[in-house]
Design a protein around this ligand. Structure first.
Ligand code: GTP
Ligand code: MG
Length: 384
């Protein structure tokens, strides 16, 4: 990388290439951004989670504490079976399947209904529609688990991964946890949580365990649903980062593939959709509306820096043309590496920009202008 940068910095060819900068930025702007954004958002997919457990154990509280958009309260549930309702919200890639009536001694009915629903969805072949996993909630305050619950958990785990969530954990004792862990052999894990802080006469017990729950869920959920989980949860920055890493890696290899096909000059424009799509996906995973206005603001304000990166790439090609014997093979290879590095650099510059802008918004609305300012700063830090 250093060597390439050194070569680019030297000759006058930069100035010649820089004249093309505006022209290139203009063609990048005229791309169908709306279509690119829609495709990027579509690729995030959907994650479908069953929440089961007795009344009052804290299922709705847990869902609202983990996911954006107060799903459990505001969403009007759509009946799926007699005992299960589906909660979702426009623009949120998570669907919650809340089961009811567990304590009426009808665990078996629920189980049968779930089994046929899971199978029906598997047959559809559409991975987006499948139930990806279940959270089974047991109160760690009541410290009681029934045989029917244990059987339900171990049996459901034959069809989908089941995580046992011990809700309302107010003490540090591990006795009950150990009992549940020993009994629920088929569960992928047993995780202790307190979804909301708990007030006691002598002070407040802070909420905990949600990060661990989401981390574990991210590990066991199928690959196809990972980005959707990262995009819809609000408690774990590490999995957001993991999902962003993946988006950037995929974009970088797509960019490399475009870069590897030598199309004279105008191929700079071919790179742009990959990068815009990458930014739209990152925007979505980082929980902002990836709409056209937002990305257009970003792209036009960063156009100068963006143009410079594109020019950098053109410079490499132009330079190689001047070297006798450096034919299209070497030219293509170096372009692929450059394209990949540029995309990776842009991806992380954008991720850092959004993080900084979100931090300074302190939970309020993050506006495009402040992200754009940070993005420009981040891009300038990179030595392409
Ligand atoms: N402080 C605190 N209260 C909680 C927590 N989890 C649940 N609660 C309280 O327990 C009560 C029941 O919680 P819900 O989330 O409604 O329980 P649920 O499992 O959805 O109940 P159903 O919908 O009736 O099946 C509510 O008053 C919650 O505020 C928690 O982590 N901390
Ligand atoms: Mg509820």
């Amino acid at each position: 990388m250093n060597k390439i940068t050194d070569i680019i910095k030297g000759p006058k060819v930069i100035q010649e290439q820089a004249q093309n900068l505006e022209e290139m930025a203009d063609s990048a702007k005229s791309l169908n951004i709306k279509k690119i954004i829609d495709e990027a958002v579509e690729k995030i997919g959907q994650v479908n989670i069953i929440i089961a457990g007795k009344t009052g154990v804290g299922k709705s509280t847990l869902v609202n504490a983990v996911f954006k958009g107060n799903l459990a309260e505001t969403g009007v549930g759509k009946p799926v079976t007699q005992t299960m309702k589906e909660y979702s919200k426009e623009g949120e890639p998570v669907h919650i399947f809340d089961t009811k009536g567990f304590e009426l001694g009808n665990a078996l009915t629920i189980r049968q209904e779930l089994k046929s629903e899971i199978e029906k969805r598997k047959k559809l072949g559409d991975t987006k529609k499948q139930i990806h996993l279940a959270w089974f909630c047991i109160s760690n305050d009541g410290k009681r688990v029934e045989k029917a619950e244990i059987e339900f958990i171990n049996d459901l785990a034959k069809d989908i991964p089941v995580v046992v969530v011990l809700t309302k954990t107010l003490d540090t004792s591990l006795d009950f946890y150990n009992v549940v862990k020993e009994e629920c052999v088929e569960a992928t894990n047993v995780i202790r949580v307190l979804a909301l802080p708990y007030e006691t006469p002598i002070g407040t017990i802070p909420a905990f365990g949600l990060e661990e729950l989401v981390e574990h869920t991210y590990e066991i959920v199928p690959d196809i649903a990972k980005a959707a989980l990262a995009a819809s949860q609000k408690v774990n920055d590490t999995i957001t980062k993991k999902a962003v890493d993946k988006i950037i890696a995929v974009a970088a290899s797509s960019a490399a593939a475009v870069g590897a096909t030598p199309i004279p000059f105008s191929d700079a424009v071919l790179l742009a959709p990959v990068q815009i799509g990458m930014m739209a996906s990152i925007t979505k995973v980082m929980q902002m509306d990836a709409d056209r206005a937002f990305l257009t603001t970003l792209l036009s304000s960063a156009a100068g820096v963006l143009g410079a990166t594109i020019t950098g790439r053109a410079v490499v090609r132009g330079l190689l043309k001047c070297i006798p014997g450096a034919g299209s093979v070497i030219g293509g290879t170096i372009s692929a590496v450059t394209a990949s590095l540029l995309t990776t650099g842009m991806g992380y510059a954008y991720y850092n920009a959004v993080k900084t802008a979100q931090a300074s918004a302190k939970g309020g609305e993050t506006n495009a202008q402040s992200v754009a300012e940070e993005f420009k700063k981040e891009l300038k830090k990179i030595k392409f």
